[in-house]
Design a protein around this ligand. Structure first.
Ligand code: MLC
Ligand code: AMP
Length: 549
């Protein structure tokens, strides 16, 4: 088992087995498998665990929190006042502690304030990708049973009826009048007594697709989020003087919890960009100190004029994550800017697990060391037997960052934890001689495109259901822009002439655009092994140069 280097002692066994030091972490991962929790301490009885953690480190109210790309500014004082108003409005709408508030809105300061308002009101924030179709939303509403759905005014006519069908009230963020949450909030007091929430209470549910089809809601507690933000601030040396370029969406872990929570926990500020626009990012670099992005950010920026040492001279930290950063990108970035990108590794279920060091060697092709408090081991995927250093196996983690389970899926939760509380990530990796963690593959059938996860199973089910399709296999193929390009290999039914365009048109209303295959290839049959299982490795190999530029 591996822990952060500061906790490694000489003589620690190199075999990746559980030792005593990890046991106290069970305090936090407890309820996923019905294990015991520790008795409440004074700290547990704080009024609102996550918001208090932010509040305790907040700078003076006049200090700038963010500046948007349309010229708006928000101070920490504004944050306190406006999230308070929104929290009052949520209560008026009948939101009670523990209720889910499902939110599908474009990125804006108000969207971020709504997240904080939910935390303060004791609700469970449930952000949804703006690319999700109505069919996808219908599933999430049915599964999560939110008491309130918040959407943009432009989608209210479509989303309202879905929300009603699931029994939820619905309002818009922005817009005017009765159905506008922002309008209602503007009439509320800017003082709010935060609803009491302890470390183990849920702060958010984030849906993550599953290898078997149905998306699962990862339940994240106040302490999961607070502990990870605290550790990242410390490890990445964030302070009040930092200015982050925030160009990630705020409906997934990276943009919401890594980027936003770190800034709030550090009392720092950010350029809050609605979209990732490479030219604009370059123009912001001289006024910022940090950038966080998915690898596609870095490959796109490398193609942009103006990226050089001079432009990046005020930046102290470039962070990459959510997908593998190619060693060649790491090298090209260093040559262009003089900076070594810091790569870290996380998941929706676990927040951040490992990180390359801020000081010390940021090693290309690795994700660094376990963060303080996180225990990581490499285990045999089938038996769970810990493997020796240098051997490749399943990455398993445990710590205060790890979620408490999947929403209303106790069986799935149980299946993804070992009996001793380690979470089975589905990522294959190894620990090298210097203790750097390498991710070498995936034990799960997952494609990561531009930092978004796409589960082939979901697309295969949609494509296989079409008249004229016999069967399909969806694979990820190396793609110069997105890292992996979603590719559908399709066998037509006898006498069918279904085209790629018809397949894409048929799935258009059903699955989000970013999941759509970039290419559809027709074949006579799919390669299978003797057990009848489709050999996706052969397909990946056959089409490996499909997107080579
Ligand atoms: C957009 N498209 C994508 C795509 N993003 N297709 C595949 N993969 C993606 N990631 C589609 C668009 O719908 C569009 O379709 C076409 O591709 C080109 O769009 P674009 O304008 O070039 O894309 P853009 O809007 O610039 O988006 C690219 C991106 C974005 C890289 C900026 O995808 C992005 O912000 N990615 C970050 C995702 C993220 O935050 N992941 C973190 C998950 S948390 P058309 O046909 O309409 O043109 C996690 C845990 C952890 O993983 O460890 O952090
Ligand atoms: P998500 O479910 O969207 O949170 O995606 C989590 C997955 O992204 C992980 O299980 C990994 O497969 C992948 N991932 C995150 N960070 C990295 C990284 N730095 N390198 C390789 N894969 C990563």
């Amino acid at each position: 088992m591996l822990r952060h280097p500061s906790t490694l002692r000489p003589g620690l066994s190199r075999r990746c087995g559980l030792d005593g030091v990890a046991r106290n972490r069970e305090l936090f991962t407890a309820n996923a498998c019905g294990r015991k929790r520790r008795p409440a301490t004074q700290e547990d009885l704080m009024s609102n665990h996550l918001f208090d953690a932010f509040r305790s480190r907040m700078p003076a109210p006049g200090r700038l929190l963010m500046q948007t790309d349309d010229g708006r500014t928000l101070t920490y004082g504004d944050l306190l006042a406006r999230s308070a108003q929104l929290a009052h409005a949520l209560l008026q709408l009948g939101v009670e502690p523990g209720d889910r508030v499902a939110v599908q809105v474009e990125k804006s300061p108000e969207a971020m304030l709504l997240y904080l308002a939910c935390v303060r009101a004791g609700a469970v924030f449930l952000p949804l990708n703006t690319a999700y179709t109505l069919a996808e939303l219908d599933y999430f509403f049915g599964d999560a049973e939110p008491s309130l759905v918040v959407c943009d005014p432009a989608r209210a006519d479509d989303i309202g009826p879905l929300a009603e069908r699931s029994g939820a009230a619905h309002v818009t963020l922005g817009g005017n009048g009765l159905g506008s949450l922002t309008d209602q909030a503007s009439r509320q007091s800017s003082d709010f007594h935060d609803v009491e929430r302890g470390p183990h209470d849920l702060a958010a549910i984030l849906y993550t697709s599953g290898t078997t089809g149905r998306s699962k809601g990862a339940m994240l507690s106040h302490e999961n989020l607070a502990s990870n933000a605290r550790v990242l601030v410390e490890q990445w040396r964030f302070t009040k003087v930092d200015v982050l370029i925030h160009a990630l969406p705020i409906f997934h872990t990276h943009g919401l919890f890594v980027a936003t929570n770190v800034i709030l926990m550090a009392g720092a500020s950010m350029f809050f960009e609605r979209k990732f626009d490479p030219a604009r990012i370059i123009s912001l670099l001289p006024r910022a100190t940090a950038l966080m992005g998915v690898p596609t950010f870095y490959t796109r920026l490398l193609q942009q004029e103006g990226l050089d040492r001079e432009a990046a001279k005020n930046i102290r930290l470039f962070v990459s994550g959510s997908a593998p950063l190619l060693a060649e990108t790491h090298k090209a970035w260093r040559e262009a800017t003089g900076h070594a990108i810091l790569e870290r590794y996380g998941m929706t279920e676990t927040n951040m697990n490992t990180s390359n060091p801020c000081e010390g060697e940021r090693r290309a092709g690795t994700v660094g060391f376990p963060l303080p408090g996180v225990s990581l081991r490499i285990a045999d995927p089938d038996s769970g037997r810990p493997l020796a250093q240098g051997e490749v196996g399943m990455i398993e983690v445990k710590g205060p960052n790890v979620f408490s389970g999947y929403w209303r899926m106790p069986e799935k939760t149980k299946a993804e934890f070992r009996a001793d509380g380690f979470f089975i990530t589905g990522d294959l990796g190894m620990v090298d001689a210097d203790f750097y963690v390498h991710i070498v593959g995936r034990g799960k059938d997952l494609i990561i495109s531009g930092g978004y996860n796409i589960y082939p199973k979901e697309l295969e089910s949609e494509i296989d259901a079409l008249a004229g399709v016999l069967e399909s296999a969806v694979i990820g193929v190396a793609h110069p822009d997105f890292g992996e390009g979603v590719t559908a290999i399709v066998v037509r039914s006898p006498a069918s002439a279904i085209s790629a365009a018809e397949i894409l048109a048929a799935i258009a209303g059903r699955v989000a655009k970013y999941k759509h295959p970039k290419r559809v290839i027709f074949v006579e049959e799919l390669p299978r092994n003797t057990m009848g299982k489709v050999q996706k490795n052969l397909l990946r190999d056959a089409y490996k140069d499909l997107y080579a530029s």
